[in-house]
Write a protein that binds this ligand. Structure first.
Ligand code: OSB
Ligand code: MG
Length: 376
């Protein structure tokens, strides 16, 4: 597999509904879309970096800088035997996993399309459908939250996750348990608490949550371990798991019992597969996270979630919760049993709508293999 040309676009897509986490509210999604071309075929990689360095240190601007200046020169015109060789070729670049992943995932899509097989087959997965959950942002009122939870349960989703932060935690969970009973429910704090809040977090134990996601800071493995020792609710790490190595440390220290895999956070599909396998070998179940992706990134995620240790419902929901229209046709839909079908056509297996991509484009830049001189 050889990439002849790489195109970057910065896109803006309005969200159907604002999305609020402990670090802020967004009303539209700005992201970088990578397209790689080889042998007349195009592969896509949606970058999960955001406008602000709040979920992670990366932003769309750092991604643009790192891909154009450092990633592109290391992949363009290089003959890779396998897409899993892309991530190691980027070893000299420290960090910037989201930038690396966008290009690496585009390479996987290109490779699968060139071979005429669905991406899931190349990644080693086998499921035809994946179990889907929803992530519901912080709302303006408990009444709004109740309306949202009811709508998603009626749509069939297999678990509800709500975003929490100090001041929006016990009351929303209590309301949901009172109104909806023992539904599969979890919370995601996006690192909004510190170990000083341990007593407060233990008050969540009585609600029988499936897990609490990332209660403490992203670089605070040791306090997650201390918290998990006194918490009945399983801790799931998201932000903290920036590499397979960190996952091994987190598991060894007892900092989590569940891990959320987002390929963008760990540098792409090859690293995600390694992370998936390490978790399986330690009996740690995983689920596929989401970053409010358009249908392009959402489809890619579906393929990864076909691997066997993705045993919990993931944050891969229907397109219409996020964008209307989406960048793909047909949009991704959820069935009434809360499952989503994995595309069966080559690569990510969805049709992008070129005019919609064009209409959402704020900036674009293309780099040709012939323009690359040498990289040391
Ligand atoms: O922490 O999982 C998260 C969205 C943006 C940034 C971080 C997160 C999220 C979500 C949304 O929870 C999941 C989705 O795509 O539906
Ligand atoms: Mg999360």
């Amino acid at each position: 597999m050889k990439i002849d040309r790489l195109e970057l676009r910065l896109l803006r897509l309005p969200l159907v509904h604002f999305f609020e986490t402990s670090f802020g509210r967004i009303v539209d999604k700005h992201f970088v879309l990578v397209t790689v071309h080889g042998d007349g075929v195009a592969g896509y990689g949606e970058c999960v970096a955001e406008q602000d360095p709040y979920y992670s240190a990366e932003t769309n601007e750092t991604v643009w800088h790192v891909i154009t200046g450092f990633v592109a020169p290391r992949v363009l015109g290089v003959d890779f035997a396998e897409p899993r060789d892309v991530f190691p070729a980027l070893k000299a670049i420290r960090g910037h996993n989201m930038a690396k992943a966008a290009v690496e995932m585009a390479a996987w899509d290109l490779d699968a399309k060139q071979r005429g097989v669905p991406l899931s087959a190349r990644l080693g997965g086998s499921r035809a459908r994946i179990a889907s959950g929803v992530s519901i942002g912080i709302q303006d009122s408990l009444a709004d939250l109740e309306t949202n939870v009811r709508r998603e349960l009626e749509a069939g989703y297999q678990r509800i996750k709500i975003k929490i932060k100090p001041g929006w935690d016990l009351a929303p969970v209590e309301m949901i348990r009172a109104r909806f009973g023992s539904i599969p429910l979890m919370v995601d704090a996006n690192a909004a608490y510190t170990i000083a809040d341990a007593d407060h977090l233990r008050a969540l134990d009585r609600f029988d949550l499936m897990m609490i996601e990332q209660p403490l800071d992203y670089d605070d493995i040791s306090n997650h371990a201390a918290l998990q020792r006194t918490l009945r609710t399983p801790i799931c790490l998201d932000e903290s798991i920036k590499s397979v190595h960190l996952a091994e440390e987190a598991i060894a220290s007892g900092a989590c019992r569940i891990i959320n895999i987002k390929p963008g956070r760990v540098g792409g599909f090859a690293e995600s597969i390694r992370l998936h396998d390490v978790c399986a070998s330690h009996g740690i179940p995983v689920w596929h996270g989401g970053m409010l992706e358009s249908g392009i990134g959402r489809a890619a995620n579906l393929h990864l979630a076909t691997l066997p240790n993705f045993s919990l419902p993931g944050d891969i929901a229907a397109s219409k919760r996020y964008f209307n229209p989406d960048l793909i046709d047909a949009p991704i839909e959820v069935a009434s049993d809360g499952t989503v079908a994995v595309p069966t056509r080559p690569g990510i297996g969805v049709d992008v709508v070129a005019e919609r991509i064009e209409g959402a484009t704020l900036r674009r830049h293309a780099i040709d293999a012939r323009s690359i001189v040498a990289v040391s």
